[in-house]
Design a protein around this ligand. Sequence first.
Ligand code: GRF
Length: 178
Amino acid sequence: MSGIVVLLSGSGTNLQAIIDAELPVKYVLSDKPNAYGLTRAEKAGIPIEVWSNLKQLENNTSDICKRHKIDLIVLAGFMRLLSPGFVQRWESHIINIHPSILPEFKGAGAIKQALDAGISETGVTIHYVDKGMDTGSIIEQQRVPIYNNDSLEDLEQRIHEVEHKLYPRTIKWLLTNY
Ligand code: GRF
């Protein structure tokens, strides 16, 4: 099983789940210097890089992938839209996790959008990344119930629990099938 690179912008609970599952994270890159996910990486002894400029972040990610023979670029709460050139270059090797049953509730705030819609279930999608926003082909989905009187925090927690199992399991499967 060869390595993965993780891109993130925030707290990195999905990165933590990936680390805890002992998946081979070779590098973590972020566009946000204060992303807590960087601290999680450092605690696990994983090298980090921060590039707030998207072009620089993409170029350095490509260099790392070539140097370390990376099979998979994993977006875990990375809040920027990657450029079409980068996405094309790594086609079928970039994946993302999104907290809804795509194509419903694309973009930011997907959990709140589902709660506000008054529906009885939402979920989690893992998909390949294409040049659109949350539009790439779907690899895996899991439904999550929404209960009466759920607060946003309740639903976020239920979704994150699913993400933290589904993402490591899917990454492992992909790595063994490249
Ligand atoms: C997750 O809910 C993921 O689905 C979305 O961003 C969030 C990242 O959370 N893309 P974390 O930074 O992994 O805690």
